[in-house]
Design a protein around this ligand. Structure first.
Ligand code: AMP
Length: 434
């Protein structure tokens, strides 16, 4: 199957060829023809499947075919709703890339950026708006955007928008859109809430499923290191240093945890940055740029901040903390092994997280391979052996686990500032790499 057979115009085929794409991905094969035919679609597709081109290409074609280029200012005819600013930036980039030979204009409307600048740009007019729901509602409230001419609506990563609590905003936004429009919904998972939303937004949609929700990318090699919580940071620094990793995305649970780990890695001599919701937009963009162009090796991120990041050929993902929601494991490791390149995803799992690992493996319907020789005291990842969580007593300091294993690890711990991951090697480590 080639792109030529999908019904795309020469301008779009040229832009696709410029990108070096030779064959469409499964989601593109299934989504592009019905979208070009004006149908609504509901697509189950994860990040990394090529879904952005799957909706951007036919969106651009439909708008270009019906464009009245003499209308001034341009009216907003397509709206792409996304959960995060980072995803908005990436969707914008894709639309700009694929639409470079077309006379269509796109604007991004997200929080954390000057609303006055956005108002000025909106006054000039544009064809496509890529927006996060909160900031779009601000513009609707201030009457600085009109959605009355929308012909095509796209909800991208709809499950994540609901997870982030955007359902009320989405419902309110729907009330401002014309009833007679084409609507496309993309979601990595299809929980009941998404189906309910789809039933109210979509009109007899074509349903597309490209990868089962419980399948992770085939090209990703996964493994689990059973390790006590207190040894995680040291093992991580060792893995980065000894394997000479150049680019690793590390997931943590909390914003505070992201800041703390970033500082610790820097002390270990690893160039690091962090990405989370408390950072300013400028700091987030800078962290991402540095990571993309190799100025930092490790990017420590929370799930929400990292959602939808598209970094080409990202080789390594580490789950420093396991996600609280099992589906997030699939999203996280979908950052690597993308569009034909292989990657590694490893999880540092302490006994207190055994129940989270169990939930992930239940979802995947398979066991993630374990690394037997971690170089540390072996730990049990069986849920029944896991320490029980107890409420911390007033004077208990930081410890909130009853049976935290305080046994000395098989090797001495690295000493803070002087720790050099490249020269430190845990005893008994086998040479096998993850
Ligand atoms: P997405 O799932 O939209 O986040 O896309 C994942 C990655 O796949 C992006 O880096 C795209 O540039 C790339 N991509 C999209 N379509 C193709 C294709 N047909 N062939 C090769 N790479 C593609």
């Amino acid at each position: 199957m080639s792109f030529d057979s999908l019904g795309l115009s020469d301008a779009l085929l040229k832009a696709v060829a410029d990108q070096g794409y030779t064959t469409p991905t499964p989601v593109q094969i299934k989504a592009i023809p019905p979208i070009l035919a004006g149908k609504d679609i509901m697509a189950g597709a994860q990040t990394g499947t090529g879904k952005t081109a799957g909706f951007s290409l036919p969106l651009l074609q439909r708008l270009a075919d019906s464009a009245d280029l003499n209308t001034r200012p341009r009216r907003v005819r397509a709206l792409v709703l996304v959960p995060t600013r980072e995803l908005a930036a990436q969707v914008y980039e894709s639309i700009a890339t694929y639409g470079k030979y077309l006379p269509l204009q796109t604007q991004v409307i997200v929080g954390g950026a000057s609303i006055n600048m956005q108002i000025r740009q909106l006054r000039h007019g544009c064809d496509i708006v890529v927006a996060t729901p909160g900031r779009l509602m601000d513009h609707i409230g201030q009457k600085t955007i009109s959605l009355g001419n929308i012909e095509i609506l796209i909800l991208d990563e709809a499950d994540r928008m609901l997870d982030m609590g955007f359902l009320p905003e989405i419902r309110r936004i729907m009330a401002y859109l014309p009833k007679n429009r084409q609507s496309l919904l993309f979601s990595a998972t299809m929980p009941g809430a998404i189906k309910t939303l789809a039933a109210t937004i979509l009109n007899s949609p074509v349903e597309i499923e490209v990868a089962k929700q419980n399948i992770t990318a085939d090209l990703v090699s996964e493994c689990v290191y059973g390790i006590n919580k207190d040894n995680k940071r040291e093992l991580l620094s060792y893995l980065i240093g000894s394997n000479n990793w150049k680019q690793v995305l590390i997931f943590v649970r909390t914003k505070h945890g992201a800041d703390r780990l970033e500082k610790q890695l820097v002390k270990d001599g690893i160039r690091s940055a962090s990405l989370h919701g408390d950072k300013t937009q400028g700091a987030r963009t800078k962290a991402l740029d540095y990571f993309k162009n190799g100025k930092v090796t490790a990017l420590v991120a929370t799930d929400i901040a990292a959602r939808g990041l598209d970094i080409e050929e990202l080789p390594h993902v580490v789950n420093y903390d396991l996600p609280q929601v099992a589906e997030d494991y699939i999203h996280r490791i979908g950052r690597t092994g993308r569009a034909g390149s292989s990657g590694s995803a490893l999880s540092l799992v302490c006994p207190e997280e055994a129940y989270l690992l169990e939930a992930i493996e239940k979802l995947l319907k398979r066991q993630i391979p374990r690394v037997d020789d971690t170089g540390y005291e072996p730990v049990s990842l069986k849920v029944m052996d896991a320490p029980k969580k107890v409420a911390p007593s007033k004077n208990s300091g930081k410890k909130d686990y009853r049976h935290t294993d305080k046994k000395t690890p098989q090797r001495e711990r690295g000493n803070g500032a002087n720790f050099n991951p490249r020269s430190s090697k845990p005893k008994n480590r086998s040479s096998s790499r993850p």
